[in-house]
Design a protein around this ligand. Structure first.
Ligand SMILES: *Cc1c(COP(=O)(O)O)cnc(C)c1O
Length: 355
């Protein structure tokens, strides 16, 4: 399929101060759109000027939440090259999300081409500073004008983008998180492995409760026994316990993060073993008590690696590594961001230059 490009003749003035970009608040001049219907399949892919959507008030997504999305970044290197990080992984995960939600699939190679074409039009929107990026948000929603929920007949796919500041404007600061033992995010057989909007809707209450108590995110437990560690709000979680790196295995309710996968591949290439297994909250708390919980970090596209300095469970707050970033966390952050922003060699071929 040919992607048509209709340029915005009235582009916005780009923000001059990159330190004030924040996250997800400013949008670029264009968007990618493509429509699907049951007879024609995907058709009419195009990059068009950014504008509000017109949507039928009875549209499926507004009533039944049929929505999936992805999130990745375009980075600018010191010599001006624009690149994405493992975009094919996002496209494959989007297809898996579509399968789970019974939504139309997009050929992953085509989705990469769509992202590349779109980013190439928006090149000037990729900020320059180390740590800044153009956040890319592909998403799809069911769009039948029908309050009866049947197999979808119409869907829309879009890509929008937002220039984003460095996640760690004030340095790599450890965060506090709290283990949630009432609400659950997902259960095996549910939609936890799909990147769908509904998972975030289900997480909102606990997230707000945590924020009101001064925590940056919640750490979810499994939905059946509330006993095993799953993941953080929008990140996977990793621990260093008595010298070993452990992370919850992909058990059918955890989101398979690309940052998680990249860290595991990176460590394995250095012969550092990573145990992917069930980790109970008891194991974690007892390690925190006897001092063998050496490091905790979250990992996801937005923050890359986020050190956890404090972990609360049932009103007891445990400090990890004196509330300071640990050496493994720091090294992983340096390594991944170095590959992404082009200051370190990309031995794995993860970087995808945008022409
Ligand atoms: C997107 C996401 C992650 C992180 O995935 P990355 O591919 O590393 O960005 C982790 N957990 C949830 C719930 C997510 O939505």
């Amino acid at each position: 399929m040919e992607i048509k490009i209709i340029k915005n003749t009235n582009p916005a003035v780009k923000p001059a101060d990159e330190s004030k970009l924040g996250f997800g608040k400013i949008f670029t001049d264009h968007m990618f759109t493509m429509d699907w219907d049951i007879d024609k399949g995907w058709h009419d892919p195009k990059v068009v000027p950014f504008e509000n959507l017109s949507i039928h008030p009875g549209s499926t997504v507004l009533h039944y939440g049929l929505e999936i999305f992805e999130g990745l970044k375009a980075y600018r290197t010191a010599d001006g090259e624009i690149r994405m990080f493992r975009p094919l992984e996002n496209a494959i995960r989007m297809r898996n999300s579509a399968i789970r939600m019974s939504m139309p699939q997009i050929d992953p190679e085509f989705m990469v081409k769509a992202m590349e074409t779109f980013v190439s039009v928006e090149k000037d929107w990729v900020p320059k500073g180390f740590g800044t990026s153009l956040y890319i948000r592909p998403y799809m929603f069911g769009d039948d004008a029908d309050l009866g929920l049947h197999g979808l007949k119409h869907a829309r796919f879009l890509i929008i983008a937002s220039p984003s500041g460095s996640y760690y404007a004030g340095g790599l600061d450890p965060v506090s998180i709290i283990i949630e033992d009432e609400d659950v995010r997902a259960v095996k057989g549910g939609t936890g492995t799909a990147k769908c909007g509904g998972n975030y809707g289900a997480s909102q209450r606990a997230g707000e409760r945590a924020e009101a108590r001064g925590y940056s995110q919640v750490l979810w437990l499994d939905g059946v026994e509330r006993k095993y560690i799953e993941e953080v709000g929008s990140m996977n979680i990793m621990f260093k316990i008595a010298g070993k790196i452990v992370t919850p295995m992909l058990n059918g309710s955890i989101l398979p993060g690309i940052t998680r996968k990249s860290i595991i591949e990176l460590l394995k290439s250095e012969n550092v073993p990573v145990e992917e297994r069930r980790i109970s909250v008891e194991e974690l708390v007892s390690a925190a008590k006897d001092g063998t919980l050496e490091e905790v970090w979250g990992c996801g596209t937005a923050a890359v690696v986020s050190p956890v300095g404090w972990l609360t469970y049932k009103d007891t707050k445990y400090e990890i590594n004196g509330g300071k970033i640990g050496p493994v966390t720091q090294r992983l952050y340096d390594e991944l961001t170095g590959i992404q922003w082009g200051t370190r060699e990309d031995k794995f071929g993860w970087v995808y230059p945008v022409k």
